[in-house]
Design a protein around this ligand. Structure first.
Ligand code: SF4
Length: 374
């Protein structure tokens, strides 16, 4: 599974300082005091002074989401990677219902800057959201992803498929993305739970368009085929990066060929599906490698590709190699479109489920209408 939507950095960095970091800070302070080095102490005090105070933390004053980090720790981030915290009425009602049903969305977990536009419908009035199922703890550990990891996550909530269906029926969305953590601890890697969730959602709301952003189910054809035939409209599985960087970026159990196989099995077992994948740029890839990836995706009949900028969630995750300029995203948009993809989304803030419905309703379905007029 890809949650590279989660790569967007935290807004409230103070609320997320891990205990270990606090402990380290205390130890540093103690050391400084013990050694009685006035210069170091002065520097430390200045650092603290220049940061936010406790009042800022309580008031949650930060209005700007900083995506990623400075490459050299000093220079300012490129202007195209700064955005505002989303606000809006629609968000409040969706949030209330989420809390009531104890559900999680990637949009909120990642503090996604596109949240208001997606949940509120944006300029084309197509409201979308991304629901995360099977818990908040993954059995894998990709180097770009901030989801918690454990070999033994909590058991599945057997009522979750109904809860998700209930919430989605109430929200009146047009398009939903259902994604999950990887559950290598389960005999079927969660494929039955995924399938049941889609069945329940379609049962209550047959018109809702469903995209599933799935794990790789370790390449098991039966399981992939079961999910592909669960009633979903779009089968998404992310390659994340080019082939030579797979081992560096993703968990050792994931790989390029396996992910291409997942997309191929899904398409072959249900040819009416739209297949989709996403790539992060800025992790060290070069143009030739990206081009080769697009060639491979076309060979495997993948319909939709998206490109977004990788942003480091915390200092423990892999570094950003490069902030790719928006003009380069435009370039890849053109290259991929010319290669025949049904739809391409490419931009620094594009996430795998960014304005997903707009992709399909406005572009893919319109194209289909043109080629198959009633
Ligand atoms: S760590 Fe888990 S949730 Fe995160 S990208 Fe990897 S497989 Fe997906």
């Amino acid at each position: 599974m890809n949650l590279h939507t989660l790569s967007i950095a935290n807004v409230n960095k103070f609320a997320r300082i891990p205990f270990r970091a606090l402990h380290t800070t205390q130890s540093k302070l103690q050391k400084i005091t013990e050694q009685n080095t006035p210069k170091l102490r002065q520097e430390f005090v200045e650092k603290l002074k220049s940061g936010p105070d406790f009042g800022d933390f309580i008031a949650n004053k930060h209005s700007e989401i900083i995506v990623g980090e400075n490459l050299d720790g000093k220079s300012r981030l490129p202007s195209w990677l700064k955005t505002q915290i989303p606000k809006g009425k629609n968000m409040v009602s969706i949030k209330k219902s989420l809390r009531k049903l104890d559900l999680t969305t990637v949009c909120e977990e990642a503090r996604c800057p596109n949240l208001n536009e997606c949940w509120g419908g944006g300029e084309h009035n197509t409201a979308t959201a991304t629901i995360m199922i099977m818990g908040d703890t993954c059995t894998r550990g990709c180097r770009f992803c901030s989801v918690k990891t454990s070999k033994t996550p909590n058991p599945l909530d057997q009522n979750e498929p109904e809860k998700v269906a209930q919430a989605l029926a109430a929200w009146g969305l047009d398009y939903v993305v259902i994604t999950s953590v990887d559950r290598d601890d389960l005999p079927d890697y969660g494929a039955n739970h995924f399938t049941k969730t889609v069945n329940e959602v379609k049962l209550r709301n047959p018109k809702l368009m469903i995209e599933c952003l799935t794990p790789d189910f370790l390449g098991n054809p039966e399981l992939i085929s079961m999910v592909a035939n669960s009633g979903l409209d779009v089968f998404a599985h992310n390659l994340e990066t080019v082939e030579p960087l797979q081992r560096y970026v993703r968990d050792y159990r994931a790989n390029y060929k396996q992910s291409l196989k997942v997309l191929t099995i899904a398409k072959n077992s249900n040819p009416r599906l739209i297949t989709k994948t996403s790539l992060m740029l800025g992790v060290g890839e070069n143009d030739e490698q990206i081009h080769q990836t697009l060639v491979d995706l076309r060979k495997h009949n993948v319909d939709v590709v998206t490109f977004g900028q990788y942003a480091r969630p915390t200092k423990k995750h892999m570094k950003v190699f490069e902030y790719v300029h928006p003009s380069k995203f435009d370039y890849w948009h053109k290259v991929a479109t010319d290669m025949g993809f049904l739809y391409v989304a490419s931009g620094p803030l594009v996430r795998s489920s960014y304005k997903a419905a707009e992709f399909f309703i406005k572009n893919v379905l319109e194209k289909r209408k043109i080629s198959n007029p009633a």
